[in-house]
Design a protein around this ligand. Structure first.
Ligand code: FUC
Length: 907
């Protein structure tokens, strides 16, 4: 049995423990109390903020083709949580496709394209402009506004589009450069009027109302389209049983669009078993949609635009990334096709990073449904995978950038959804404890909540052999992250802690004692073919993380109770990491060498669920170096053969977590080259089936390359690739609510800035940071404690920005390679040899026995590349990892080393 001792920070590498920790002087502590409160000027990070990122734009010199292919590959996506919109930009006819995430049909049949989310509306604006020139369509990411402009008959026609969260509408402004030349017909339609979907479109004076019912869940839907003119006339027409408004000879016009259904976040929806009765009693959306529209119409277009931009830029502007790109002269479709060649590659890399943030702002707003597999965009009657919420990777990936890319409040959308479905999950939890571990059943039904696999806005599944029960703890981890990045104690108390605690409650009753460890039974690992087994690494890691985080949260809140005592006793027995004979992190307990269990495992599987403790979890980190090495080995075995977009995105982050910037960048490049379509939507595997999670995931992956903090040490630029040798980034968020900016040149940080948004101890890790100059924004020197040469600790004041400069360049030490056991007779002696490092003055030898997270130093000052390792216990140890590192004359050790697995030879 192995006992997991790692406690996120309590285990330190011997070589990182420096005497300076002890050198905290009384003067330092006194100095802390003299620190003045942050002035307003120091509220936000400053210096690097002045050099914000590029103006980022997607642009095209022709409209998107009017087809499903044009929708998926080229239309411009917009959204405000209430609706997703795809704008085609046509001139003869403009097409605006609208998605509302609750317009759901039954899920029936097999295959990718089952029914599910339905297309809400197709809105056409007929202009009849067939003879155009100077066409341009764009989406400006800095503003969250899209434009179309072109010339026809000597007139410049232009349109501007945005979707506003504060005003809950889409607004379109139409202009003509010559007064009285704007004429068009507004023609909303209801797509797929069949299979239980019915409705009508009626025009009256200046407003068209589109309304109907989708019978399966009895979803009542309504959209309203209001036309506001300057000059000219308009005429409503219902003669062809399809309401339209025709505008003639106007100077300019504004169209406002509001949509809604009778869907509400209410546990009743998930608890009612009859699908057609789930929405019973909820009001028809007419009053709500009318209110949205009339409220918006009381404001001028400029006022609506200002509201939208204030809301949008408050989120978007928090983060910028500057890789030194200049705006390309070719349109975005050509830029995507040309990738990775050419200087404008950097521009696409910046653009795609911010586009993921943009998509999350569009699709995840408080009070509205969270992003599903296609975010908030769907043109189909039968969307891929029904546009569900899958909890074995996809939902979690969607939310990954919310925290690290500094938009944590966007998670509120999921919080609302979760609170609606969790009462149903509590019933499942009781059912499963009764079924799998009846001795642990709470007779009053207090058995926590169990994790779902797929959900839609109406139904939530219980267990699935496709994904293990770990999905629940993975959901709880998002809640923990919500707190850990924001450090809002009332949020922890009211929103986060109950979710984690109740999840731990379920897990604590579900796990079974198997030879002294507590294992999930039944257990699966997402989408792998070996199912319903015992204690997969996925389940165990997720359970471990949530037990751990729940206990941490309880400490912060000062809670204690009998159940917490149980979690505490269970934690070390949850056995989250098993190292296999290939040096890999096992996915299944049956595995010996990588993926050898039962011959059904796919060694190149898109899911890498045994490494979720590496990312997005916190379990495997630089304080667990043996596990980190095993993760590195596992990643090299799970090679680049998967062309699935989201899996590539996840690998970017995982590789960043093992500090492999080169490979992380290679995956980002693969993704940009292989999965990004012309409108920057990602496809699933070059199909083109749109899947939004790879977009969100790519952003999160890049964020991990630029900043990490999963061990609560703020680590800027941990996996910077050579391709990004010059640049800056601003405003990424670290755990502890630190906003971090960095500027670098030649791959080396010239300036780091950390805004402490909640106060508290700030630990910063960067090579040679202990020799840097650290000041406040106003130039006052800051006291810090060095922990070795590469880490400092600062007691921060809330609202202050800490500026780190003059960091001496650190040349890293090349590691040895090719460590081999040359002789091993199974005795107390092993002969080792390795390929040396040109930097080495000597070598260190470490060992990690069994599944141990950390290494023990067993020999140092080794001269040469050959060593006989002798230890009396060698003949009793079944398996261990040996590792050799290089030590330079200046005492610096190589960050990594060469490893080999030593198995006890069979006698
Ligand atoms: C998960 C993945 C698939 C796909 C699907 C929607 O099941 O394994 O690749 O992304 O979700």
């Amino acid at each position: 049995m192995s006992t997991a001792k790692n406690d996120f920070g309590e285990i330190m590498l011997v070589r990182n423990l420096m005497t300076t920790i002890l050198a905290v002087s009384a003067l330092f502590w006194m100095g802390l109390y003299l620190v003045p409160e942050a002035s307003a000027a120091e509220q936000r990070s400053g210096l690097i903020a002045d050099g914000a990122g590029n103006d980022l734009r997607l642009w095209y010199n022709e409209p998107a083709p009017d087809s499903d292919a044009g929708w998926v590959n080229r239309s411009i996506p917009m959204g405000n949580g209430y609706m997703g919109v795809n704008v085609f930009g046509g001139t003869t006819t403009e097409r605006i496709q609208i998605t509302e995430n609750s317009l759901y049909d039954s899920v029936a049949g097999k295959g990718l394209r089952r029914t599910g989310l339905n297309n809400f509306a197709e809105v056409y604006l007929d202009f009849g402009h067939n003879n155009i020139s100077n066409y341009e369509q764009d989406l400006n990411l800095n503003e969250g506004v899209s434009h179309v402009k072109y010339d026809q008959d000597g007139v410049e026609y232009s349109r501007e589009y945005f979707t506003s969260y504060p005003d809950k509408v889409m607004a379109i402004r139409l202009n003509a450069s010559k007064a009285g030349t704007l004429s068009f017909t507004v023609r909303p339609t209801i797509p797929f009027l069949k299979n239980g979907k019915s409705g009508s479109v009626v025009a009256k004076v200046d407003t068209i109302t589109l309304s109907g019912v989708m019978s399966h869940y009895n979803v009542k839907f309504e959209g309203q389209f209001k036309v506001i003119l300057k000059g000219g006339t308009m005429k409503a027409d219902n003669s062809k049983s399809q309401g339209t408004i025709t505008v003639s000879d106007a100077d300019s016009a504004v169209i406002l669009i509001a949509v809604g259904t009778n869907y509400q976040f209410d546990p009743k929806v998930f608890l009612t078993t009859e699908d057609a009765e789930k929405l019973d009693g909820f009001p028809h959306p007419h009053a709500k949609v009318t209110r949205y529209l009339t409220d918006a119409a009381t404001k001028s277009y400029e006022e609506l635009l200002a509201n939208h931009q204030a809301d949008y830029t408050e989120l978007y502007d928090r983060v910028s990334l500057n890789l030194g790109a200049s705006e390309p002269t070719i349109p975005t479709n050509e830029l995507v096709d040309a990738y990775p060649a050419g200087a404008s590659s950097r521009y696409l890399e910046e653009l795609a990073f911010q586009f993921g943030r943009y998509m999350l702002i569009c699709s995840s707003r408080a009070g509205t449904l969270p992003p599903h597999l296609q975010g908030i965009w769907n043109v189909y009657e039968k969307p891929p995978w029904s546009s569900q919420y899958l909890h074995d990777t996809n939902v979690q990936m969607a939310y990954a950038p919310a925290f690290s890319a500094n938009m944590p409040e966007l998670f509120e959308s999921y919080v609302g959804f979760f609170n609606a479905f969790v009462p149903r999950q509590r019933l499942y939890a009781t059912e499963y404890i009764k079924q799998y571990n009846p001795a642990e059943l709470d007779p009053n039904g207090d058995n926590g909540w169990s994790g779902p696999f797929w959900t839609n806005p109406y139904n939530v599944t219980g267990k699935s052999p496709v994904a293990g029960f770990g999905t629940g703890s993975w959901i709880a981890q998002m809640f923990w992250d919500y707190y850990d990045y924001t450090r809002d104690k009332s949020l922890l108390e009211e929103t986060v802690y109950p979710v984690m605690y109740e999840q731990a409650n379920f897990v604590s009753r579900f796990v079974k004692d198997v030879n002294g460890v507590l294992l999930a039974d039944p257990s699966s690992s997402p989408e792998q073919k070996l199912r319903n087994t015992v204690g997969t690494t996925f389940d165990q890691q997720m359970f471990f993380e949530n037990h751990h985080n729940t206990l941490t949260a309880a400490k912060i809140l000062g809670r204690s109770d009998k159940r917490l005592d149980i979690y505490e006793t269970q934690l070390p027995l949850l056995d989250p990491i098993q190292i296999g004979k290939s040096g890999q992190i096992k996915e299944f307990r049956q595995e010996e060498y990588y993926c050898d269990a039962h011959k059904v495992l796919d060694p190149h599987h898109r899911h890498a669920s045994m490494m979720l403790g590496l990312y997005p979890g916190q379990l495997i980190n630089s304080k667990t170096p043996a596990w980190l090495d095993a993760a590195r080995t596992t990643l090299s075995l799970r090679t680049r053969s998967s062309n699935i977009g989201w899996a590539r995105a996840e690998r970017i982050a995982m590789l960043a977590r093992v500090y492999d910037g080169k490979e992380a960048y290679a995956y980002y490049s693969d993704l940009l080259e292989g999965n990004y379509m012309h409108n920057l939507f990602n496809d699933h595997r070059g199909d083109p089936i749109f899947q939004a999670d790879a977009n969100y995931g790519a952003t999160a992956g890049v964020a991990e390359m630029l900043l990490q903090s999963h061990d609560h040490v703020v680590s800027p630029l941990p996996a910077l690739p050579d391709a990004w040798s010059e640049g800056s980034c601003r405003g990424l968020l670290a755990r502890g609510n630190f906003e971090v900016s960095a500027q670098w040149s030649g791959g080396h940080a010239s300036q780091l800035e950390v805004l402490s948004k909640s106060g508290g101890t700030l630990e910063v890790r960067y090579p040679n940071v202990a020799q840097a100059v650290i000041k406040t924004l106003k130039g006052r020197t800051v006291d810090f404690v060095a922990k070795g040469s590469d880490q400092v600790s600062i007691e921060t004041t809330q609202g202050m920005t800490y500026v780190i400069t003059d960091i001496p360049i650190c040349i890293s030490v090349n590691a040895p390679s090719n460590l081999k056991i040359t002789t091993d007779g199974g005795s107390d002696q092993i002969e080792l040899s390795w390929t040396g490092s040109t930097d080495a003055a000597s070598y260190n030898l470490y060992r990690a026995v069994g599944n141990a997270p950390d290494y023990e130093l067993v020999a140092s000052n080794i001269a040469g590349t050959h060593f006989v390792y002798e230890a009396p216990d060698l003949k009793q140890i079944d398996q261990m990892t040996l590792k050799v590192t290089a030590v330079r004359a200046d005492g610096r050790e190589s960050d990594q080393g060469a490893t080999v697995i030593r198995l006890l030879p069979t006698k």
